[in-house]
Design a protein around this ligand. Structure first.
Ligand code: ATP
Length: 215
């Protein structure tokens, strides 16, 4: 079973990495792929160049077995749609291996507005990462999907390539890439929020020295 965590990773930080490791271990995944996006579809574009974001994620997981980096969205150019990425992964991995797409509870609440959400659920399970005791989504259609597809049995995930929803509590770290970029732009230290190797790359390439106008 393979996990997938997409994101801007602008820059990657311990909030991403700890959640990824939690899910990797708790779901006993064979591997978890971090997939930096090229162009965002529903949010502001990343500030750092794609090559730099990719290199930072590679440095962050270099010594962590099981966590690997998948560069297909950056190689593909253009907007990064999850559906296209899953089709590309299925072409590589075949139709049978179970896939688990990790998404935050916030992103899940808007999941039915994504490009081809039900086709996404044909291609992968969803692992919704949330805070302990968090409320269910309000949207009635999404609640129905959750009720019909939700499981707490790992065997159900392993038995199908996709289609189920798993809700997973992960370590809560109130770290955001936006806050990290702001700290760097205002001359504060971002140390202990992200791996030192990533921070060194940020300094060496002089990333995030100024705040993005879109923020
Ligand atoms: P930004 O502040 O630029 O929006 P971000 O870190 O929230 O950055 P992404 O890099 O796109 O955004 O995040 C990738 C994925 O990691 C998303 O699914 C997001 O919900 C999740 N994520 C981000 N921060 C955390 C955190 N502190 N704990 C758990 N998951 C996180």
């Amino acid at each position: 079973m393979i996990g997938l965590l997409g994101g801007t990773f602008d820059p990657v930080h311990y909030g991403h990495l700890r959640s990824a490791l939690d899910v990797f271990e708790l779901l006993m995944l064979d591997e978890l792929r971090l997939i930096p996006l090229n162009q965002a579809v529903h949010r502001a574009q990343p500030q750092a160049p794609a090559a730099a974001r990719l290199a930072m994620v590679q440095a962050a997981v270099a010594d962590q077995p099981g966590l690997i980096v998948d560069d297909r969205e950056i190689e593909r150019d253009g907007p990064s749609r999850t559906y296209d990425t899953l089709v590309s992964l299925r072409a590589e991995l075949g139709l049978r291996v179970p896939l688990c797409l990790l998404i935050g509870a916030d992103a899940f609440s808007g999941f039915l507005d994504w490009h081809r959400p039900l086709d996404i659920l044909d291609l992968t399970h969803l692992v919704v990462m949330q805070r302990p005791e968090a409320a269910l989504p309000r949207d009635i259609n999404l609640r129905t999907q959750l009720q019909e597809r939700r499981t707490d049995q790992l065997a159900d995930l392993r038995a199908a390539p996709g289609g189920r929803i798993w809700v997973q509590s992960v370590t809560q770290l109130a770290i955001s890439a936006t806050a990290i970029r702001h700290q760097i732009a205002t001359g504060r230290s971002a140390r202990f929020l992200l791996p030192d190797a990533v921070l060194e790359m940020i300094h060496a390439q002089q990333l995030y020295r100024t705040e993005h106008l879109s923020e």
